[in-house]
Write a protein that binds this ligand. Structure first.
Ligand SMILES: NC(=O)c1ccc[n+]([C@@H]2O[C@H](COP(=O)([O-])OP(=O)(O)OC[C@H]3O[C@@H](n4cnc5c(N)ncnc54)[C@H](OP(=O)(O)O)[C@@H]3O)[C@@H](O)[C@H]2O)c1
Length: 219
């Protein structure tokens, strides 16, 4: 039984990940700002009041962990839309705080609980890819995800000597509060792909940017 920390586990992709891991018998530690009915119904260890932008709450969370963590999944994120015509400067800064600095803060603070063989996953987005950008727009969200990709690569280098691999994961276009496109897939489908990629993660393939479906994405 592995111990899995998931941020933003109260809804969307994070909730589907919690359900998937709990369903296969792993111990899920759900790090959330506030629980939800479906999360509370799962057999998970619930840690509320954890905001990934807040040092105090993240440190308190780390301090309460006790035993080592096998997998840390930095999933929490926000999307605030905004193009050239309607730049939202505060929104851009906020997305940087949550989507970029949040995973770095959480990973760094939980480092004492990670050991050789532990894994770190960051749920990023394909829209953070420079090479794959064919549609423009959403400056703040795109920049925040491009920057977190750099953090993931940096972490993969810095944590390799400790025996901790890191992966950057695009979940696909997933039907959640964040995205409602008709072509979006079910969160459970995305979660099973994400879990498969994390299961495959080793020091030999650390530092990659992968689609949940199993192929590598351009930077
Ligand atoms: N859905 C997609 O198609 C898609 C595509 C590419 C990438 N992603 C990425 O996948 C991840 C999950 O997205 P989702 O679609 O599941 O979105 P979602 O349903 O909107 O869920 C977002 C989660 O992030 C949490 N969160 C937001 N700000 C937080 C903060 N400051 N501290 C702690 N938790 C915070 C939310 O908690 P609260 O309930 O407390 O707000 C919620 O649990 C995000 O990183 C997103 O960028 C999603």
């Amino acid at each position: 039984m592995a111990r899995i920390v998931i941020t933003g586990a109260n809804r969307g992709i994070g909730l589907a990940l919690a359900r998937h891991y709990a369903g296969r018998g792993d111990q899920v530690i759900a790090a959330v700002r506030e629980t939800s009915e479906p999360l509370s119904e799962l057999d998970v260890a619930l840690h509320q009041g954890i905001d990934v932008t807040d040092d105090v709450s993240v440190s308190a969370f780390a301090g309460s962990l006790g035993e080592p963590v096998d997998v840390l999944i930095n999933n929490a994120g926000i999307l605030l839309r905004g193009g050239l015509d309607d730049p939202d400067w505060d929104g851009m800064r906020r997305q940087f705080e949550v989507n970029t600095l949040g995973p770095l803060r959480m990973t760094r603070t939980l480092l004492p609980h990670l050991r050789e063989g532990s894994k770190v996953a960051i749920v990023t987005s394909r829209v953070g890819s420079l090479g794959d950008n064919g549609s423009g727009g959403n400056y703040g969200y795109r920049m925040s995800k491009t920057a977190v990709n750099m953090i993931g690569v940096n972490l993969s280098i810095d944590l390799k000597p400790k025996g901790i691999p890191v992966i950057l994961l695009h979940p696909g276009m997933v039907r959640t509060d964040m995205v409602s496109a008709p072509s979006a897939v079910d969160p459970a489908h995305s979660a099973s792909g994400l879990v498969a990629r994390i299961d495959e993660l080793t020091l030999d393939n650390t530092g990659r940017f992968m689609h949940a479906e199993g192929y590598e994405l351009p930077w």
